[in-house]
Design a binder for this molecule. Structure first.
Ligand code: SAH
Length: 631
């Protein structure tokens, strides 16, 4: 027997904001923050003057003295005290928006959540939204892009792992916020983000026709090239660097980390390439233990791929060398490794291009030599661990979604689902979120697409109506994952339960599920009819209250007739029946009837039919199934 323990905090929509510290200085504030800390996986910090709460950290002395410790060790700080006091406290510690922690303020009653600092890059705006959803509070976010429903420029490339390059970020952001036309020239990286912009965005993609000059107020380059921007220019420019460059490397034994770094930087400079666009390094297996290389990789946190001479030999390169072949068994190390490393698994048709042929770099001051070649991959390396969230959105109305599921939907980079359900959750969508709908019949394609994006590094929410693990997408995604040889961890999977149709239907008509019940789907598209019939027979005979899912479609009309026939064999014709269509949706329709009359009423694919057991009764239009205790 395998004992399997799951750490409840190991994965949640809040992971990107952790470690989180929450700070309260009054008892009321401590009580407001305490449950929130559990949800967020945050530590609560209280002064020793307060009654200590379970799991809270106690500090002595003033908060002013204590704060610098939290500042340097946490990604996010949440204060439950007056905004003015927070501003004074943090003022001496603020450095810049790329490094400061996200700062949030919550009032003592938990009615308002304020994103105070590091709204974009620090994620304070996003976390404010998520907490406000959970607390049913009002989020206060004052950034211009948030109020305009625009995608913030400085986080545009985050989902894809792009790195920010040089430029006037404030200038271009201001142009976007003012609705001015900003040119986007994208030479590398995913263009998925372009498909999901607000309708009234002011980006202009590519170059205008010669005879149609356009006055731009800013420009965004998305490229592996490093551009030098003149200090005097008509308008501000910025550059994002998708990580598409793979450096193939060879070196003499004992070459230092320093020389390797210098060599790579020199080659990048020579070819006007951005080192920010480096995805990772590749080399031959025998160099896998080269100290200088390992130190460099460690320092830069690059992925490092090694290939056997056998594999490298099979790659066509422009500059093969017989000397190298004699030494290590392949005519190319750097060029072939660059090409091999750049081949990711995300597209079968992918064809990396060698953009820099091998360059040999030596130093006057030390022995050793480095050979560098660079290949560009079509798909960028995201450096992120993908996550797959299987989310049940409940029967329809937004209030029927659990706060955990709503948070997951808001936080995901991508939402995949059937268009009817995507429409239902529209109010939860975030600007810039990638939303992909698939027709109802394409469940498998939907699952495969979700897996592909999660394997690439994105956080993908796959949504189902009701519960995703009850005739939903949950099982399908896990089945498809299993087919890929999934290790159970990458991508990480988390499941967010939802209220399933039979619960929703039951809640609308009383308490019909008070004793043993089962659900049976009448859809014989994936299950042979004989199996369904056998289950109907068994459930009817065993007196289970039964929820019938997928009772009748335009083409499958006979199954519900057969089901009625079977139940009539074992139950009274007066057995109460609830026919609940579109529970909790705008077009909800409920019929209470009996087993013998049930087919006189419309039943379709949006309907759940509840068949009572032998003791279920209809009392003033409320279905009651006795709990069954002898009394
Ligand atoms: N995963 C969903 C079930 C999908 S199967 C869940 O857990 O609820 C689709 C079937 O669910 C429909 O044919 C219908 O029988 C039932 N169903 C889904 N939503 C419903 C709703 N709002 N009201 C009534 N029945 C519903």
């Amino acid at each position: 027997m395998l004992l399997f323990l799951k750490n409840p905090l190991s994965l949640s929509p809040f992971t990107p904001f952790q470690p989180i510290a929450a700070i309260a200085t009054t008892q009321t504030a401590a009580e407001t923050l305490s449950p929130l800390c559990q949800t967020l996986g945050a530590t609560l910090h209280l002064p020793d003057s307060l009654t200590p709460l379970h799991q809270a950290q106690i500090y002595t002395g003033s908060l002013k003295e204590y704060l610098p410790i939290l500042w340097n060790t946490h990604k996010t700080l949440i204060f439950c005290l007056a905004t003015g006091a927070v501003v004074r406290l943090i003022a001496p510690l603020l450095e810049n928006k790329a490094e400061d922690p996200a700062i949030l303020v919550i009032d003592q009653k938990g009615k308002f959540v304020i994103s105070l600092c590091s709204g974009h890059q620090g994620g304070a705006d996003r976390l404010t939204q998520l907490i406000a959803t959970g607390l049913d509070a009002i989020p206060i976010i004052t950034g211009a892009s948030a109020s305009l429903g625009l995608l913030a420029l400085d986080i545009l490339g985050f989902p894809f792992g792009w790195r920010k390059g040089e430029g006037d970020w404030t200038g271009v952001s201001a142009a976007i916020a003012n609705g001015k036309t900003v040119q986007v020239i994208q030479e590398a990286g995913s263009t998925l983000w372009q498909n999901h912009l607000p309708e009234d965005h002011s980006f202009y993609f590519g170059f205008p026709e010669h005879n149609q000059p356009i006055a731009f107020s800013g420009r965004i380059w998305i490229s592996a090239t490093k551009r030098k921007f003149a200090s005097s220019s008509d308008f501000p420019k910025v550059q994002w660097h998708p990580r598409v460059l793979w450096v193939g490397i060879g070196c003499i034994r004992g070459t230092s980390r320093q020389l390797i770094e210098t060599a790579i930087e020199e080659v990048f400079q020579r070819y006007h390439l951005a080192t920010e666009a480096i995805a990772g390094l590749g080399t031959i297996e025998i160099k896998g233990d080269e100290i200088g290389l390992l130190e460099y990789i460690e320092q830069k946190q690059y992925p490092f791929k090694t290939f056997s001479a056998e594999v490298l030999k099979s790659i066509n390169v422009p500059n093969p060398s017989t000397v190298v072949d004699q030494e290590v068994g392949t005519p190319s190390v750097a060029e072939a490794s660059a090409l091999c490393a750049a081949k990711t698994h995300f597209s079968s048709t992918e064809n990396p291009v060698l953009i820099v042929p091998k360059q040999i770099i030596k130093s006057d001051s030390e022995s050793g030599a480095v050979t560098v070649a660079i290949a560009q991959s079509e798909i960028e390396y995201t450096a992120r661990k993908g996550q797959l969230w299987l989310v049940g959105i409940g029967p329809g109305k937004l209030e029927q979604i659990t706060p955990a599921a709503a948070t997951a939907i808001k936080q995901a980079d991508v939402i995949i689902g059937y268009s009817l359900y995507l429409d239902l959750i529209k109010p939860l969508n975030r600007t810039g979120q990638i939303i992909e709908s698939f027709p109802i019949t394409q469940e498998q394609k939907r699952a495969q697409r979700a897996i592909e994006l999660a394997q690439w590094g994105l956080t993908v929410a796959v949504i189902s109506s009701g519960d995703c693990g009850i005739y939903g997408m949950g099982g399908l995604v896990l089945e498809e994952l299993q087919k890929t040889g999934w290790d159970g961890y990458h991508p990480q999977v988390e499941i967010f339960a939802g209220i399933t149709a039979i619960q929703a239907a039951a809640a609308r008509v009383g308490a019909p599920l008070m004793h043993d019940f089962c659900t049976i789907s009448l859809s014989d598209l994936l299950t042979p009819w004989e199996v369904i019939e056998k289950r109907l027979e068994a459930a009817a005979q065993a007196d289970f209250v039964t929820g019938i899912y997928n009772p009748r479609s335009q083409t499958r009309t006979g199954q519900i007739v057969k089901a009625q026939e079977i139940y009539l064999k074992y139950r009274s014709p007066h057995t109460p029946i609830a026919i609940v269509r579109s529970a909790y949706r705008q077009d909800e329709h409920i019929t209470l009837t009996t087993l013998e009359k049930m087919l006189d009423f419309p039943i379709d694919m949006l309907t759940t039919v509840i068949i009572g057991n032998s003791s279920t009764r209809d009392y003033k239009n409320w279905l009651i199934t006795p709990r069954g205790y002898r009394s």
